[in-house]
Design a protein around this ligand. Structure first.
Ligand code: SF4
Length: 232
């Protein structure tokens, strides 16, 4: 597993849990609004002169048994790491819960992890209505794979949420309603406000953001699609 960063403590990234975060390097999408370009683009990844050995993370976790509840694995896109199942087994063997953040493009890996019963929480991106626009996600996305991942997550029996980073130029109320139909009946849908400070595609750096009041309005219009709609 290629680990490019590691945060030892977070109260924000795993709901109701004290956790640490593993950031994996590499992603199969190129979302124009992505603020983690250094963990996505090979030309930037190749400039990283120090990656974190997994053993270092495990040693840290051993020292935090009883103090932390869980580990968040995010990226980049963690499911592109071929040894993800084995590394999660190592973490679970120490007694920690695991939350996986994923873009949903790899249902076979997701199914494998869920079958092994080694995930405790999944946060999956829903980036657009179908079909995902290339201008937004940078590549052609197989929407059948996204649908399959959504079904897996909704039927997993574990805690989960769908997450959407939204920006005025792409996510009208009409678009968001179409997205809501895709996940209708979900436990939770988090609407994350796009921030234009640091973006993978420079052009997106100048794009408008939703105001807090606009996010609240959108939340008020989307209640029929999930039990909980959260704004971040
Ligand atoms: S936003 Fe997520 S899925 Fe998109 S390029 Fe960045 S890390 Fe990959």
């Amino acid at each position: 597993m290629l680990i490019t960063a590691f945060d030892k403590f977070t109260t924000l990234d795993y709901p109701n849990h004290l956790a640490c975060i593993i950031f994996t390097g590499g992603c199969n999408l190129r979302c124009s609004y992505c603020h983690n370009a250094e963990m996505v683009l090979p030309k930037m990844l190749s400039k990283i002169d120090y990656t974190i050995p997994f053993e270092t993370v495990l040693n840290f976790l051993e020292s935090r048994i009883g103090m932390l509840d869980g580990v968040v694995i995010c990226g980049g896109e963690p499911t592109v790491q071929y040894d993800l199942p084995d590394r999660i087994d190592d973490i679970k063997a120490l007694g920690f819960k695991v939350k996986l953040d994923t873009n949903g493009t790899n249902p076979s890996m997701l199914a494998k992890l869920l079958e092994k019963n080694c995930l405790d929480y999944v946060a999956m991106d829903l980036k657009d209505s179908f079909p995902y626009r290339k201008q937004l996600v940078g590549v052609n996305v197989d929407q059948e794979k996204i649908k399959k991942s959504i079904d897996l997550v909704k039927n997993s029996g574990i805690d989960y949420e769908f997450r959407s980073t939204i920006l005025p130029a792409f996510h009208t109320l009409e678009t968001l309603k179409k997205m809501g139909e895709i996940i209708k009946g979900a436990k939770k849908w988090s609407l994350q406000r796009f921030r234009n400070k640091k973006t993978l595609d420079e052009i997106f750096g100048g794009m408008g953001e939703f105001k807090g009041s606009e996010m609240d309005f959108l939340r008020s219009q989307l209640g029929e699609y999930a039990e909980v709609i959260e704004v971040r």
